[in-house]
Design a protein around this ligand. Sequence first.
Ligand SMILES: [Zn+2]
Length: 483
Amino acid sequence: MEISNLQPRALWENFSAICNIPHPSGHIDQIRQFLVDFGNSLSLETLTDEVGNVLIRKPATPGMENAPIVVLQAHMDMVPQKNSNVDHDFEKDPIQAYVDGEWVKAKDTTLGADNGIGMAAIMAVLQSKEIKHGPIEALITADEETGMFGAFGLKEGFVKGKILMNTDSEDWGELFVGCAGGVDVTATIKYKEENEIPEGDIAFKVSVTGLKGGHSGCDIHLGRANANKLLFRFLKPAVALHEARLSWVKGGSLRNAIPREAFAIVTIPAEAKDEFMEMAEEYHADIRDDYKGVEDGIQFSVEEVALPKTLVPEEIQDNIINAVVAVPNGAARFLVDMPDVVETSSNMAIISIDKGVFSAKFLVRGSNDNLKMDLASSIESTFALAGAKVEFSGEYPGWNPNMDSKILHVMTEEYKKLYGVDPKVNVIHAGLECGIIGAACPGMDMISYGPTVRFPHSPDEKVNIKDVELFWDYTKAILENIK
Ligand SMILES: [Zn+2]
């Protein structure tokens, strides 16, 4: 079956048209023009702003003129990912979407259901002559996936509505009412390397591997181990009991991933070798036990290697170890209204000691911006005590949940009417455009929802056909009932 024959027809026809227009992040001129032409073809007021966001205004249907303006929002770009065995040029070639049982998928590439289905639904609302609704503003933002540039560039006043429905979440049956903002924290210590290795020392490489890792926001509440923390938990007593000296460290690779591996090179006096190795063996057994049921693949090992050429001065090494062991890591606080949901967290993502420079990079997240910065500040203080220079960068705002939200109330009621059960109400501990849009448009009442999309950002991306139909019926019902 062609996807344009699926129900609801108008939505799938729009999605099929979107698939035919290349729209990878960073190359969205064609899709933007398509949206502008689309708005103009319906004789609707159609605007673009400096950063390339598109806004299409549709007046209220008769009898609904006094309803509040509703902003329907999606992003226009998609993540370009393909299987390595195919030739596909995301800047030229159409996405080949097809029906696979209960799902729509794309042939060897990402599908762009994230957020193309949202865009297609919004277009169908703009086209519809049947749906009853108040005044509508369709806001299609530019380049979300590579840094939310459209949302960041949004100017106050471009949209007039004070209720926003974002269509970019991927679990049908869940309403998202908050998301985390973030800030990067980087601690650096520069030092003069010591070139003299104590007489009679031997060297070991210490390795922590086999951890699960995961997304530093969405997986931070799962109690997984952080490889950098595990490494330094061992190094501290190795220094205290066996006169270990640090030479080199490398752990983690991405700011937004929980580190899975960390390595160090240390020296110890040759006579401490047996006890050091015994301590390592005990430590391996301890951590396997401590993380039983969470991390079943932990590997910890020490292996004798050639002596390094340089060492970290003793005082600096003690400061580094104390700071890394002391610094807060993981989920720090949970939401009062939703005790299962993380409010603030930090991830000690990347750590390195090499060529006279120690650095540690953290990503701190929080739905409440004050508490997020408070946690970042405690990391700053910990490393300031160790003599480090600490910098904050890349801060973006969170979206603090409001359980008294009007749109949440309407959407909960409509969901109950349609499906007989309460929707799940959730806060995502990762970034959504809503956080940034909310900062640009003070007082905006927002919600995020959408049909189930699995494996977004990968060539296995797929969207559930039944959910798309439910999502459409639900959207219509909500629009008719915002009065
Ligand atoms: Zn998205």
